[in-house]
Design a protein around this ligand. Structure first.
Ligand code: G3P
Length: 218
């Protein structure tokens, strides 16, 4: 299972990378705005900085919603660095653009996926990744993890190469259950990755080991 970090914050990306378990980064316009990155040139430069920090795929999202605009923006993003994955929304022109990019060898991440039918369409168009949003489904009292199960099953049935990138992960249980189901990738905030470290019995056990060591080595 690949771990991506879902942020545009360079310090957080560096921290996850330092842990040695980071395989890539996902961003979106909201995450860029949260870091105060505005204006086309600044946004493009920020993607390059992220690519320099991480040796793995970096999803950069288009903001155009028409076919020509998505193609233009996507090609510009893809030219920034070989690790850029063009993130395209699940809309009609987005699906057409994903087909175009896949034929050109440009990697894509189909985002804002909330149903198995949408995921099937993204795979048919040749998306490299599909991003179902678990947390946002849970927010509206719908089982986000069940969607991951459905998509993994459908892709396995037909051998689709599109990777299931579980997104909008809010906590460790989401992440662990995605791993059980067999999602290819999980993208989550830094705290979810570092929360994987935590168990009170680990802390208690370590404290006792060190106390016993100190007793015998005074
Ligand atoms: O990768 C998608 C993610 O950024 C959405 O997460 O927590 O805003 O639903 P959230």
């Amino acid at each position: 299972m690949k771990f991506f970090i879902d942020t545009a914050n360079l310090k957080e990306i560096q921290k996850a990378s330092d842990l040695g378990v980071l395989d890539g980064v996902t961003t979106n316009p909201s995450l860029m705005a949260k870091e105060g990155i505005t204006g086309k040139q600044n946004i493009l430069e920020h993607y390059v900085k992220i690519c320099q920090l991480v040796d793995g795929d970096v999803s950069a999202e288009v903001v155009a919603t028409d076919y020509e605009g998505i193609i233009r923006e996507g090609e510009e993003l893809a030219a920034l660095h070989p690790n850029i994955v063009v993130k395209v929304p699940m809309i009609k022109d987005g699906v057409k653009a994903i087909k175009y990019f896949s034929q050109k060898g440009i990697k894509t991440n189909c985002t804002l996926v909330f149903s198995a039918g949408q995921a099937l369409l993204a795979a048919k168009a040749g998306a490299t990744y599909v991003s179902p949003f678990i947390g946002r489904l849970d927010d509206i009292a719908t089982d986000g993890l069940q969607l991951i199960e459905q998509i993994v099953q459908i892709y396995n049935n037909y051998g689709f190469k599109t990777q299931v990138l579980a997104a909008s992960i809010r906590h460790v249980m989401h992440l662990v259950q995605c791993a059980e189901i067999g999602a290819d990738v999980a993208t989550c905030p830094l705290n979810v990755i570092t929360d994987l470290l935590k168990h009170p019995l680990t802390d208690i056990g370590l404290e006792k080991f060190l106390a016993d060591y100190r007793k015998g080595n005074l």
